[in-house]
Design a protein around this ligand. Structure first.
Ligand code: GUN
Length: 281
């Protein structure tokens, strides 16, 4: 079997067009454009690329870009003060701090300082709690984007055995909660999991977000499974690969996300969607 491609790029584009239309309708009614502040502290090259992509998507959709680039030496107190300033601004509807932040800054303290109503990353404990209690408010962008992509493709999740590889706050944990809310039976695997290959081989749906190139082997994939690869890793030879061994996995899966062009565009589209929700709902 050769898998069908889950075309995140196309689905994200459609979503972004809808968002741009919604903004022009709201502006025509006299409402302000959504304002999004993407804060980058330091000059991590991968983060610079992600932030640039978010800003381009923002501009194309008609957002007001109020992003900030702060030096790596910025103190935690200075960053908290910036967040307070943005929390108080009426023209700012969404605030995100690109992770990772430099080591001298406590990311939990930063996330908890963002007004939960402006937490368009969905990382604040309030928003994570809303996801965990099935009273969704602003949901973390990558897992929610994966759910949108699956729904738009017509994939039913109820009753599937889902295996999530990786238990981060950004991907694995909220992904597991989303899948549980969709009535899948969910197993979360992490670095202490025994016999990962066995666990993955039982999955009807596998979502991998670990940041290790091709860590999940194609041979582990159950024939006909749905494979969602959240990873994006640059190899020394310049190639971009996911966390799944794509070339072998694609011959076993029924559906698979490409890297790039799968989950990444959905994360950005969901960030825009969350910001529109924060601005107008
Ligand atoms: N770093 C990696 N993914 C993300 C994300 O979705 N949001 C933020 N703020 N930082 C990230």
């Amino acid at each position: 079997m050769t898998a069908k491609i889950l075309d995140g790029k196309a689905i994200a584009l459609e979503l972004r067009e809808k968002i741009a239309q919604k903004i022009s309708d709201e502006v025509a009614k006299g409402k302000a454009r959504p304002g999004l502040a993407v804060i980058l502290v330091g000059a991590d090259p991968a983060s610079q690329v992600y932030v640039r992509n978010k800003k381009i998507a923002c501009e194309k959709a008609g957002f007001n870009d109020v992003s900030l680039e702060l030096p790596a030496e910025t103190t935690q107190e200075e960053l908290l003060a910036k967040i307070d300033e943005l929390n108080a601004r009426e023209d700012v509807h969404g605030i995100i701090v690109q992770l990772p932040v430099p080591k001298h800054i406590n990311s939990e303290a930063i996330i908890e300082r963002i007004d939960p109503k402006k937490d368009v990353d969905g990382f604040h404990p309030y928003n994570m709690g809303r996801l965990a209690t099935r009273t969704l408010n602003l949901a973390p962008c990558t897992p929610h984007g994966v759910m949108t992509m699956l729904a738009k493709t017509g994939i039913q999740l109820r009753g599937l055995n889902a295996v999530v590889v990786g238990a981060s706050n950004i991907v694995g944990v909220p992904m597991a909660l989303e899948l549980l809310n969709a009535r899948a039976t969910v197993t979360v695997c992490h670095s202490a999991t025994q016999d990962l290959a066995q666990k993955v081989s039982e999955a009807d749906l596998v979502v991998v977000g670990v940041g290790i190139p091709e860590m999940v082997k194609g041979a582990w994939i159950k024939p006909g499974a749905i494979v969602i690869d959240v990873g994006i890793n640059r190899l020394d030879d310049g190639r971009l690969v996911g966390d799944v061994e794509y070339d072998i996995a694609k011959d076993k899966a029924s559906w698979i996300t490409p890297v790039p062009g799968g989950v990444g565009p959905m994360t950005i589209a969901t960030l825009l969607e969350n910001t529109v929700q924060a601005a107008y709902d």
